[in-house]
Design a binder for this molecule. Structure first.
Ligand code: NAP
Length: 274
């Protein structure tokens, strides 16, 4: 029997997840049907439960429901608990709802496997202190960077992360002004400025020689952050399309027990950064 999965968000029309999971299923011979569902802003939980009641086996969760997805889970993983957010649910044994957050591991897999940039021993900076940064901290720390730093427009939110993750990850945190005089091997833009097209107040010298500049937003071409990086001489720039595909691969593995190869889907979705 065909197993049903879906991505839930609001809006959801733009989602690449149905294409990604359908291609994963074809490539691995898995019998699944995957759709996109726009849940009402005040009806996320009801939509999830109705999908499960109709035979759904699991869902991916997009904005703005990742916090609510964590809240309806009966068994979140430790990384979902620390992130306070889930981007994937699995329905098992009656009422159990398992939750995980694959955004961070998708980011790390994209940087290390697809872009060929090992994080071990590197100085890594995350710009932004929202849900995407929360999800990225444990997976990045697991790769043993020399330094993991978070800078945010609202410094208290970055300091809160240092507090929340203290038992797991030593973090340097602050506002953008505290970056003056520092340089990093990997700078990841985890703010939403890739969507709003706002520039960040990045000091001169932020990017170390040979640095990677990574924009989590995808499909927007050269964002202000990536343009700033190029203007600073950075040759290695990437957007978040690989993160999207890699988190989907982790979800597929979790649901189906089979790891799909991501290269073909990634090649199809990648657009040149110009
Ligand atoms: P979020 O929780 O809403 O956090 C947004 C962050 O952006 C906050 O740190 C906020 O700073 C900062 N920010 C917003 N506007 C700013 C501005 N004009 N100047 C400086 N900082 C600004 O969002 P999120 O869930 O973390 O997601 C962040 C981005 O990552 C989104 O655009 C999302 O599309 C992308 N993302 C991509 C993937 C992928 O698969 N590629 C996965 C997850 C997320 P304050 O705290 O000061 O407000």
């Amino acid at each position: 029997m065909t197993d049903r999965y879906a991505v839930l968000g609001h809006p959801i029309g733009h989602s690449k997840s149905p294409l990604i999971h359908t291609q994963f299923a074809q490539a691995t011979g898995q019998d699944i049907h995957y759709t996109a569902i726009e849940a009402p802003l005040d009806g996320f939980a009801d939509t999830v439960l109705a999908f499960r009641a109709s035979g759904g086996r699991g869902v991916n969760v997009s904005l703005p429901f990742k916090l609510q997805a964590f809240e309806i889970a009966t068994e979140p993983t430790e990384r979902a608990r620390l992130a306070g957010a889930a981007n994937c649910l699995k329905f098992v044994d009656g009422d159990r709802i398992l939750a995980d957050n694959f955004d961070g591991v998708g980011l790390v897999n994209d940087i290390q496997r697809n872009l060929g940039f090992p994080l071990a021993g590197k100085r890594v900076l995350l710009l932004g202190a929202g849900g995407a940064t929360r999800g990225a901290l444990l997976p990045i720390a697991a790769e043993r960077p020399a330094l993991l730093s978070v800078a945010n427009r609202t410094p208290d939110k970055a300091h809160q992360l240092r507090h929340d993750f203290a038992a797991h990850v030593p973090l340097q945190t602050g506002g953008y002004d505290t970056l003056l005089g520092q340089s990093f091997d990997v700078v990841i833009n985890a703010t939403s400025t890739g969507l709003s097209q706002d520039a960040l107040p990045l000091p001169d010298g932020l990017f170390a020689p040979g640095a990677l500049a990574y924009e989590m937003v995808y499909g927007k071409g050269l964002t202000p952050f990536l343009k700033q990086a190029q203007a600073a001489g950075v040759a290695r720039v990437a957007d978040g399309v690989g993160m999207l595909v890699e988190q989907a691969a982790e979800a597929f593995l979790w649901w189906r027990g089979v790891r799909p190869d991501t290269a073909a889907v990634l090649a199809q979705l990648t657009v040149p950064l110009v």
